[in-house]
Design a protein around this ligand. Structure first.
Ligand code: GCB
Length: 604
């Protein structure tokens, strides 16, 4: 039964994981650089709203895995119903199901995916079946055997399948279930579309028996000429000599890994620091005796000093915008470099040096493209609104997603913030939960800043007081405020000031107003472009008055689908706070913000 699956998950997550669960810590780093067989393309599907392919009529799991067994009729009298046939419908992977067939737009539940692949195994190689993301729960089978399962819609997971892959034809079956649950992360209620499916790349990664499983390469904290980090090997030959090399700067270090395959390194390197103005990336090679891997990495430092944020030792003001992982024009979840380039180029052209990737880890293409284009990134886990703060299952799940987000992107220069949460209600249990997440993030990565988007409140009618107790666990305090939209008229901003109890920088992580593109009226008429632009015009002087403000991310770059937004003829199930429409048209507010960001960039 569903509940028993979820309870087992809790037990396993709390116990630190066992083999049957997808490997989430210790994933193959830099998966895109690895030799692999892409499993993207058309997969057969079976829509299964009752989960009849997994549970029998009394709701016990079917012993052989049901559809996961991938059986074919044994002969003409076999009454097999649970089987994929040549007539089965197909869906493209990667891709959400909602935008691939009109009848799936609102679907929430289970869809089974199946595809075959040919493989010629090579001795001495290890194989990993890798998923960029599946929203929300995936149960994975290979050649009729259950490999395990994974929960969390936005982070990669993998299974080692060295022994399970056959020479010749193989079949993968995945049950993907995107039903929402109150104990999940995110919980039931969100302000975005619950796009289901195998939403990111799927591949079979092939690595040597002992391989470079992970590495972290960055400036040593506080230094602009020393590179430091670590490397970890996985496999039988844990002790090896490993060279970390930056050929362009003729810098390298040679280390010996220990019995666990781990070694730290630090070496001088004459490299140009990465910044939005000069997003310089270097080829970095990690060469072990049995394996080597290469990727482009930028070097920069990020820290706070009092109420300032310092990038490469110098104060930086974050001119930002929030972005949902929703592709404009084609619609649907972002999954490619093309999607990422469109969104991030629009942000860059607007004068941004910063983006908030709301409200969950986006496809790796986004952070890699941000590295390339020169955009600083706020990266976030979907600890959103009303999570079950006292529930250890929810905590374990959130921590797992956080750890995997950090693990996947810890070599991205663009990423400067790990965000723990968005708009969570005040309360001791919530603060304990988030403090613990923040401690976990710091233990995994001491080089980046910890933040969260908090809710604001007034200490008197014209003063917003920044005093959320969560602030003590953060480096930068994110604040969402909607003066002019949920909070009064646009002109209210003319009289509001901010105070803080923290000697820390603050970033306004959301502000904005809603208007469909092309809807016009005067400045006081809601749902018009003029009203939205007016909100921005009154926000900017208010934000300029906040001495401890070090950045802002307007809500939001592009209109996005949202089931909570039914208003006919205006929202039509879109959140219309975009500066661009979902068709890529610029609204008036776009120009207000662009002009402000350009003047900031010009130092005015
Ligand atoms: C918020 C949420 C964001 C919503 C936005 C809105 O405060 O953080 O997820 O989409 O407001 O448009 O209401």
């Amino acid at each position: 039964m569903r509940e028993s699956v979820r309870t087992t998950l809790a037990a396993v997550l709390l116990a630190g994981g066992i083999a049957c669960y997808a490997q989430q810590g210790g994933l193959v780093q830099n998966a895109s650089a690895r030799q692999s067989l892409s499993l993207n393309g058309p997969w057969k599907i079976i829509v299964d709203p009752y989960e009849a392919g997994y549970y029998d009529f009394h709701q016990h799991p079917i012993p052989d895995g049901g559809l996961g067994a991938n059986r074919v009729p044994a002969g003409k009298s076999d009454k097999l119903e649970l089987t994929f046939l040549p007539e089965s419908a197909t869906l493209q992977v990667p891709g959400d199901w909602n935008t691939q067939k009109p009848e799936f737009l609102w679907y929430e539940g289970t869809i089974w995916y199946q595809r075959e692949f040919q493989y010629a195994k090579r001795p001495g190689r290890r194989l990993f079946l890798w998923f960029g993301a599946a929203n929300y729960q995936a149960i994975v089978f290979l050649n009729g055997k259950k490999l395990g399962q994974h929960e969390g819609g936005f982070t990669p997971f993998e299974f080692e399948v060295t022994g399970a892959v056959r020479d010749g034809v193989n079949a993968v079956v995945v049950k993907v279930d995107d039903q929402r649950h109150p104990d999940a992360v995110p919980p039931n209620m969100t302000d975005w579309w619950n796009y289901g499916g195998l939403t990111r790349d799927v591949k079979l990664i092939d690595v040597p028996e002992t391989f470079v499983q992970d590495y972290f390469v960055q400036f040593e904290k506080g230094s602009l000429n020393r590179v430091a980090g670590w490397v970890r090997l996985d496999g039988a030959r844990k002790r090896q000599r490993v060279v970390i090399r930056i050929p362009e700067s003729s810098a390298s270090a040679t280390v010996e890994t220990d019995d666990s395959g781990y070694a730290r390194f630090a070496f001088d390197a004459n490299v140009i620091p990465w910044s939005p103005e000069n997003p310089k990336l270097y080829d970095v090679r990690v060469e072990a005796e049995t394996d080597s891997v290469e990727e482009r990495i930028g070097f920069r430092t990020i820290e706070t000093k009092g109420q300032k944020i310092l990038l490469n030792g110098k104060p930086v003001f974050l001119r930002g915008v929030s972005i949902h992982a929703e592709a404009p024009i084609r619609a649907g979840r972002v999954f490619s470099e093309g999607d990422a380039t469109v969104l991030l180029t629009w942000a860059k052209e607007m004068g941004c040096n910063f983006v908030r990737l709301a409200h969950y880890p986006h496809d790796e293409a986004m952070t890699r493209t941000a590295d390339r284009l020169g955009l600083l990134v706020w990266s976030e886990v979907p600890v959103y609104w009303a999570v079950q703060w006292e529930n250890p299952v929810a905590y374990a799940n959130a921590e797992q997603q956080l750890a995997t987000m950090i693990e996947r992107d810890h070599n991205r220069a663009s990423v400067i913030f790990w965000s723990m949460a968005n708009e969570t209600p005040l309360g001791d249990a919530r603060t304990r939960f988030l403090a613990s997440l923040a401690a976990k993030a710091r233990s995994l990565d001491s080089t980046r800043l910890i933040t969260a988007a908090t809710l604001t409140h007034y200490s008197d009618p014209s003063t917003i007081a920044i005093d959320d107790p969560l602030g003590q666990y953060l480096d930068v305090i994110g604040c969402n405020e909607y003066i002019g939209w949920y909070d009064g008229a646009p002109t209210k901003a003319d009289h509001v000031n901010f105070t803080t109890v923290y000697d820390k920088p603050m970033a306004i992580s959301e502000f904005g107003a809603e208007a469909p593109y092309g809807r016009h009226g005067d400045d006081d008429t809601v749902w018009t472009e003029e009203f939205q632009a007016n909100v921005y015009r009154h926000q900017i002087p208010m934000l300029q008055r906040i001495p401890f403000l070090q950045g802002m991310t307007a809500w939001i770059l592009v209109d996005f689908r949202c089931p909570r937004r039914p208003l006919a003829g205006i929202q039509d199930y879109y959140n219309r706070k975009g500066l661009f429409s979902d068709r890529g048209q610029k609204k008036q507010a776009y120009y207000v913000l662009r002009d402000y960001y350009r003047s900031l960039a010009a130092g005015k």
